[in-house]
Ligand binder design. Sequence first.
Ligand code: ADP
Ligand code: ADP
Length: 226
Amino acid sequence: TFALEIRDLKKTYSTGKVALKGLDLTVDEGDFYALLGPNGAGKSTTIGIVTSLVNKTSGTVKVFGYDIDKDLVKAKQQIGLVPQEFNFNPFETVQQIVVNQAGYYGVPRKEAIKRSEKYLKQSNLWDKRNEKAGMLSGGMKRRLMIARALMHEPRLLILDEPTAGVDIELRREMWDFLRELNANGTTIILTTHYLEEAEMLCRNIGIIQNGQLIENTSMKSLLSKL
Ligand code: ADP
Ligand code: ADP
């Protein structure tokens, strides 16, 4: 089974805008995959559908074999999503945010607290656990978003433009962190419009343009063609 298997995915928004025109995409388990494409290509729409935030018009999506039409709860449990925008409550503490997230996925509170120590330490945020999230630096906020996404121990982590607007030093730190996660077995998919970011991190790459996948290849063979 694939970590992600998308077949003939179509999306027309209620405005009439056709965002996806029959997208086919597979990502292997354990992969570090970049979905690259210009603004408006359909990356966020694709991620939105996979994470069931956006309704598809037609097509099939399976996450580790679980069809989002038939096994939505199971499919969702496999995925950790790191959206582009910070969307946590800035007045909650770092630890509250990650513990509550686990609660939404049915993780018992005691276990959630245990996990919060693991993932906050891994994200270098354990010392900040009692601080209000709004007080953190930009880099810490990004790491908090990732720690939160890991609390239900998803097998697939999806990051939407993870380093948009992040300075180069911070970007490097995030890259290292993501590489380590992937090395420990988490499949990672990120969207980006920086080829450089895909090049630095990813094993395989899909290029989306105008609602279709126009390239699906290894990073290595793509670079040898440029
Ligand atoms: P869905 O079909 O998934 O329910 P909608 O088509 O209802 O989504 O769109 C949600 C809202 O976002 C609509 O009010 C739509 O007008 C608005 N919208 C229009 N264009 C864009 C855009 N480029 N990016 C984000 N939202 C947009
Ligand atoms: P990307 O993430 O690659 O920038 P998107 O998936 O956000 O692309 O957008 C694909 C196309 O769909 C764009 O033309 C965008 O304006 C349009 N779009 C995105 N969201 C909505 C929406 N909610 N309603 C209408 N059109 C939308």
